[in-house]
Each structure stands twice: as structure tokens, then as C-alpha cells.
Design a protein around this ligand. Structure first.
Ligand code: RB5
Length: 149
């Protein structure tokens, strides 16, 4: 799969190691959408890059890292077709895929250790959507989105 990744300064230190983990250990293609330095940046700018990559189909999934994961998820969810959430445990990563068909994983670079985030990423990328009753609910999210157009 093709995975788009980006961060702000709060997640920058974990972006490189997580990108390497996804490519080298999990075997996916990774597209790093920045930033290239740890300088202060605005998280919506990078959330938009990854969200648009996923929304357009250029990437299968997205990974965003900021201080908490919260700002990234709020911003990414403004792009049509994106289902993003701040996730801090493998259990939530699993449910995010199984029930919500989540496609943009937002991580905390300041409150969750790198090894824990690796486990969250692995679970996120390896868990399928369950469909069934969840399909109907996810379709209702898309319908809500359509009313905002
Ligand atoms: C930046 O200081 C911080 O606000 C950002 O990384 C993130 O945590 C926002 O939700």
C-alpha cells in the first residue's frame, strides 16, 4: 500500500522513525509530505497535504503526527472522504479500522512513545474494515458531508 505521512514540529521527531518503520518493517511505500525540519509550522497545512492525498486516491492511508494528534484530526476531517482520528492505543486503532473505516491515523508525538506509536500504526495498517452494519453508518457520515457541500 501507499502511505502518506506528515507532521508538525510537535510530531517531527517521530515522523522519520515511523516512516522507516512503515517502509522497512511493514513493507509499504511511504510518501513523506513534510516538513523537512523541526521548525515551527501550522498543523492544518500538513493535515491538508495528507488528507488530499488520501481523498484523491494518491495514497491508500495517511499518518499524521502533531503534539497530541488532535489538531491534525480536526483539520484532516474537513477534507471530503477523510475519516481521521487521534488514536493513542492499539485497541482504538483496531476499532477505528473495524467500525469507522478510518483512513487517516493521527498520532501524538508528545504524549505517546515511539514504540507505542509503532504498534498503533501496525494495528491500523493490518486491520480490515468489518463492513456490514458499519457500512451503513459510515455511509451516513458521507451523507452528512454531502449536506455541507
Ligand atoms: C503545536 O504546539 C500543537 O498545538 C500541535 O502540535 C498539536 O498538538 C495540535 O493539536
Amino acid at each position: 500500500m501507499r502511505i502518506a505521512i506528515a507532521s508538525d514540529h510537535g510530531g517531527f521527531d517521530q515522523k522519520g522513525p515511523l516512516a522507516s518503520y512503515i517502509a522497512d518493517e511493514l513493507g509499504h511505500e511511504v510518501v513523506d509530505l513534510g516538513p523537512d525540519t523541526a521548525d515551527s509550522v501550522d498543523y492544518p497545512d500538513y493535515a491538508e497535504k495528507v488528507a488530499r492525498a488520501v481523498s484523491s486516491g494518491d495514497a491508500d492511508f495517511g499518518v499524521l503526527i502533531c503534539g497530541t494528534g488532535i489538531g491534525m484530526s480536526i483539520a484532516a476531517n474537513k477534507v471530503a472522504g477523510v475519516r481521521a482520528s487521534s488514536i493513542t492505543s492499539p485497541a482504538f486503532a483496531e476499532l477505528f479500522r473495524q467500525h469507522n473505516n478510518g483512513n487517516v491515523l493521527c498520532l501524538s508525538g508528545r504524549f505517546v512513545e515511539l514504540d507505542a506509536n509503532k504498534q498503533i500504526v501496525k494495528t491500523f495498517l493490518e486491520t480490515p474494515f468489518e463492513g456490514g452494519r458499519h457500512d451503513r453508518r459510515v455511509a451516513k457520515i458521507a451523507a452528512l458531508e454531502a449536506t455541507e457541500a
